[in-house]
Design a protein around this ligand. Structure first.
Ligand code: PGA
Length: 274
């Protein structure tokens, strides 16, 4: 594995708002983020992509006030296009709003809402069919890591959720993966860049075996778990860490934009070296 970052993949920095922000707060955030992005046009939208993932109630507003060059992702969806599924939202409904993509299988959904890999497989396929960019979240718990099963768990999650996705759709859908070790989410505990890099390289190998090596080289693999402006640069400098899925530090534009700025700095450094 070379120590260079691949120019085949952008850096993707995604804000997962989780269950935060009323519409007025969402609007203020999007306007401030848009201003910051306007002031930093170089590389944004091409080498560094920005994603904002609000709760359902702010999705329409986020699409209407989407900062130029940012993408709006939902945090979940059902796999069916319609039906008797009280409380659920379909991929057709998200497309109808103009949403760009969707987070799937976040560990909070797996642990608290019975999200299973098999249903996630159907969601990934449905997102791709409806033109929504899937971001599949995977990651092991502390017990699984301490028991020496981290790789096995992550491989199983990837194989089950991606096994039915057409090879062509693996890149044309805009698929990305977010590796979020459960023990690092919202705990202030970040995986070391080296540990994260090892798992990301393993994920890329697994993607090669599910699809092809060429396709695996094009799928961004983001890291998530207590990413903040202070640790973003070192994480994003790792050859197989292609971005960050950020919770707590993404709730304020100042700290989220600090992470985007770290991404811009990393790509400009690697372009200068190339
Ligand atoms: P965190 O959350 O940055 O607050 O750890 C990340 C996530 O759950 O996506």
């Amino acid at each position: 594995m070379s120590g260079q970052k691949s120019s085949l993949r952008p850096i993707v920095v995604a804000a997962n708002w989780k269950m935060h922000k009323l519409r007025s707060e969402a609007l203020e955030y999007l306007e401030d983020l848009g201003t910051w992005m306007d002031d930093h046009p170089e590389g944004l939208g091409t080498r560094v992509e920005v994603v904002v993932s609000p709760p359902f109630t702010s999705l329409e507003l986020a699409v209407e006030h989407r900062p130029p060059n940012a993408r709006i992702y939902a945090q979940n969806m059902h796999f069916a296009d319609q039906g008797a599924f009280t409380g659920e939202v379909s991929p057709a409904m998200l497309r109808d709003l103009g949403v760009d993509g969707v987070l799937l299988g976040h560990s909070e959904r797996r642990a608290q809402f019975n999200e299973h890999d098999a249903a996630l497989g159907e969601k990934v396929v449905a997102a791709a069919e409806f033109g929504l960019r899937p971001m599949l979240c995977v990651g092991e718990t502390l017990e699984e890591r301490q028991g020496g099963h981290a790789e096995e768990v992550v491989r199983d999650q990837l194989e089950t959720a991606l096994g039915d996705l057409d090879v062509i759709k693996a890149t044309s859908s805009g698929l990305s993966i977010a590796y979020e070790p459960v023990w690092a989410i919202g705990t202030g505990e970040t995986a070391t860049p080296q540990l994260a890099q090892e798992m990301h390289a393993f994920i890329r190998d697994t993607l090669s075996s599910i699809f092809t090596a060429e396709i695996a080289e094009r799928i961004p693999v983001l890291y998530g778990g207590s990413v903040k402006p202070e640790n973003a640069h070192e994480l994003l400098s790792q050859p197989d860490i292609d971005g960050a899925l950020v919770g707590g530090a993404a709730l304020e534009v100042d700290s989220f934009s600090g992470i985007v700025a770290a991404g811009l700095d990393v790509v400009s450094g690697s372009e200068a070296r190339a």
